[in-house]
Design a protein around this ligand. Sequence first.
Ligand code: BES
Ligand code: MN
Ligand code: ZN
Length: 486
Amino acid sequence: MDFRHQSASLDTLAGQTCDALLVVLAGDRADAALDKVVRHALDDAIRHGDLELKRGKTLCLHRPQGIKAARLVFAACGEATPKSVKAAFAAGVAALKGGGTRHLAVALAGVDGVSAANAEALVTAVEDALYVYRHTKPSAPAAGALSKVTLLTDKASAKAVAQGLARGQAIAAGVTLARELANRPGNHCTPSHLGEQEKRLGKDFGLKVEVMDRKAIEKLGMGAFLAVAQGSAEPPRFIVAQYHGAPKTQAPVVLVGKGITFDTGGISIKPAAEMDEMKFDMGGAASVLGTLRAIAELKPKLNLVVLVPTTENMPGGRAVKPGDVVKSMSGQTIEILNTDAEGRLILCDALTYAERFKPACVVDVATLTGACVIALGHHHSGLFTADDKLAGDLLAASAASLDPCWRMPLDEEYDEALKSNFADMGNVGGRAGGSITAAMFLRKFTGKYRWAHLDIAGTAWKSGAAKGATGRPVPLLTHFVLSQAA
Ligand code: BES
Ligand code: MN
Ligand code: ZN
């Protein structure tokens, strides 16, 4: 998609050359600056009860009189918050989806100026609406006609808008990559497939990428990761990818993504219902790879390392059993009481591996616990950290990118639940506060650097009719990484 901006005042909208004109209307009355013809169409629609200037309302007019564009779409957003403006962009694009529009022009009425955030939101809303999964579905609908989107701005906003469009395009490409990887079924998106995709990304963007096999993982002593991998016929991989935008002496941000390409639960097997959705259990890995793509495109002056431990979690004659004790790379032993708590087992060794980069900070991202879904639902990702500054930076990135997350507690009292009579710790802590005890488990491997954990079990994908990966939290992570450059 070709995104551009053009300075044009609201009183020239009727003469805009485009196939469709989308006018987002903020506030509860028509902007006086709107040109006469558009304003007349708007007043008329409101008077006849076909449109209300309330959040979520849209109206699409075909061949409106006196207007050059063949279609005129109004999308009301109520109060002009970044979130409501983005929702109005999305509703406007949805109204045109599948139609003959090739060139869409977008104007914002009732605001003081178009912000970088508005421009970014337009791009991510458009790309989000147009994504179609095709990899294993030849009958999927063909791509629509839309190929060019022009955001109309006032002159003063042009520079900010250009930056917002560029950032939006990088983030959208990262989100699309994450969605694409996570949507691919478990028999396509295997650990080796993730390794190959990462190699390709490395080639495209000039990144250093290393993909380790089982032997190399054994050599590192990653006993917890290997315990999960031992039950599967698919070979595991450990992916290390590096972006250098600053001198090598500068401490990198490290992102770690859970890459379980299918989670059966192992010997502690899951119930059959909805088990197919456990192909999305590599959503953390997909999101850190998507973020790496976004960062590699934006080229900020910082260093970024992405770590992905990836394997299936399968039952079988070689699978790890409840009660087995394994030794992690850190030297700490773990009693595996439940083989379905496998995410923390692959992450803990990757978190130990992260130490060698002497990181500025480490953030791990994982579809870690059903308990997080119970606690927060499908809107907010869970944020766990003992570091208030890091929490603040992640919450700020979350707000700026409209990719919500919510801070959860992480007090030492929760540690009690992980005690074991046979190892340094157990891998589960009972039902109470399950997402917190999972984070407490990870915390035991992060003593040497600043660390935060994002539990995306409720936000990485959607179930039901709209089943599919969301690409979250690529927007949050990209904003966060960029914020660490300053
Ligand atoms: N991948 C799951 C977490 C999950 C479950 C994400 C449902 C999204 C929806 C994870 O590996 C898991 O199975 N966690 C267990 C932990 C338990 C055994 C302590 C869970 O949440 O039930
Ligand atoms: Mn599991
Ligand atoms: Zn899992």
